[in-house]
Design a protein around this ligand. Structure first.
Ligand code: SF4
Length: 455
């Protein structure tokens, strides 16, 4: 089967596997605070020395990008900043009262929304409240933030660097003015050059650029120019995401253009392949799915040393079993359970201000799900996994092996004894390979697609 035929065959809706089970298959639609705290405490007892990662969702944006799939609130009113930070600090206190006092935070990430919507002073107040210090040693805790180039000031970069941040991720998406107009996100190369150089000058050692392929009106030539601009700036990391077109899930936000404006199947894949080829030729290493890093970057080292981890923040170098998600819509992970916060600003704030955690749904993993989770995680991070020899679920292994047969026949994957390895041809199809392990998907009877296309 040639590349085009493979793309046609495997371009089906599929998860990105930042968790297993994936969110649409979580079973607790009404997870309450008591259940969640109980789960967290049990898990901390099982892994008493475990460190934690903290994700903080900062949901405000000044204007709507029409391709966006994030939980956000569009406003130009900056008076929302202080009450929101107050609420996140209250939420943290609710957790602190209920968790072991000696937990170590080894990773903290500001996502959004637009973290740089907030004034640097508010961001620093939040950090001090959570970490309890005025500054942190970057070798002890990996601090990073997402930055919108249009709202990132020198003060943001300087204050956060002073606190201990060394990583920043700029949302670029595409430099083509026609694409930028369609997605309602106008930012010139000169503006990005300015903010990128500022970050370098201040001392950020790991700068990431987020790019998106598959956006409306994207052409091979136009996207090639975007890649050339990116190479010119040589960020340490590049995330090259496929645009997830899911207007039936994301509502009106993704309706600013027609489906006919989007590059389809092999056209879309060609954008990725062109980018991939150019980046690798420039010395970048392809990491897991959709990510590239210079060999000197921690992410590349973690990948080559098989220490890469993946959670709701994406790929990370910290293999923490716990992730506490703070803020509206944030997701937490106790390794054997997941919980998501209320998705609207009002319900999140109301609940925390009543003195309760704002979790509203989640999932507690059983033994089989934990095992499948470890297989999928390993495939996503290392492109291979080994069936556990002492597992009680040998029948499930056989079931999965059967599901892998067509993928083996197409040359995407190999099985030697009990080790499943993704072949080089199979790398772009790693989501499809994980789908063979996904018992929920195999048993799904509903008609409507739950995920965006894998290609
Ligand atoms: S892409 Fe980022 S800046 Fe744009 S609306 Fe979404 S969260 Fe806000």
């Amino acid at each position: 089967m040639n590349a085009k035929q493979l793309i046609q065959k495997y371009n089906v809706p599929g998860p990105r596997y930042t968790s297993y089970p994936t969110v649409p298959f979580w079973k607790k639609n009404e997870l309450n605070e008591r259940d969640w705290l109980n789960e967290l405490n049990q898990s901390f007892k099982r892994y008493p020395k475990a460190n934690i990662g903290v994700y903080i969702h900062l949901p405000f944006c000044e204007s709507l990008c029409t391709f966006c799939g994030c939980h956000k609130r569009i406003t130009k009113n900056h008076q929302v900043e202080t009450p929101y930070i107050d609420t996140v600090l209250k939420e943290w206190e609710l957790y602190r009262k209920n968790l072991p006092q000696d937990i170590q935070i080894t990773e903290l990430h500001f996502g959004g929304g637009t973290p740089t919507f907030f004034h640097p002073t508010e961001l620093v107040r939040l950090l001090k409240g959570i970490l309890g210090v005025n500054q942190i040693d970057p070798s002890q805790c990996d601090l990073s933030f997402e930055a919108h180039p249009n709202s990132t000031s020198e003060l943001h970069l300087q204050k956060l660097h002073d606190f201990g941040f060394r990583r920043v991720s700029f949302g670029i998406q595409d430099y083509d003015p026609i694409v930028q107009k369609a997605i309602h996100r106008i930012q010139t190369f000169e503006e990005i050059l300015h903010v990128h150089e500022l970050a370098e000058k201040i001392g950020y050692t790991s700068i990431n650029h987020d790019l998106v392929y598959g956006l409306p009106h994207q052409t091979l030539g136009g996207f090639e120019r975007t890649i050339d601009y990116t190479i010119q700036l040589k960020p340490e990391r590049i995330a090259l995401y496929g645009y997830a077109h899911v207007p039936w899930i994301k509502g009106t936000g993704q309706r600013g253009y027609d489906e006919k404006d989007l590059p389809q199947d092999s056209e879309k894949r060609a954008l990725y392949e062109m980018a991939c080829e150019k980046l690798i030729a420039q010395g970048y290493i392809a990491i897991g799915m959709d990510h590239f890093a210079l060999p000197t970057d921690k992410l590349a080292r973690a990948f080559s040393e098989k220490r890469l981890h993946r959670n709701f923040m994406g790929y990370t170098t910290q293999t923490t079993k716990f992730l506490l998600g703070l803020g509206m819509s944030a997701i937490s992970d106790s390794w054997s359970g997941f919980a998501q916060n209320e998705k609207t600003l009002e319900s999140y704030q109301d609940q925390i201000n009543r003195g309760e955690l704002a979790v509203f749904r989640g999932h507690l993993l059983d033994e089989l799900e934990l095992e499948i989770r470890s297989y999928i995680l390993s495939l996503m991070c290392h492109f291979e996994t080994t069936f556990q020899a002492d597992s009680r679920f040998k029948e499930t292994h056989d079931f999965i092996k059967e599901k892998l047969v067509p993928l083996i026949a197409d040359g995407l994957v190999r099985i030697d004894d009990s080790t499943v390895s993704v072949t080089e041809i199979g790398y772009p199809f790693v989501r499809n390979i994980c789908m063979a392990f996904d018992l929920d998907l195999h048993h799904y009877q509903g008609g409507k697609p739950l995920f965006s296309a894998t290609i």
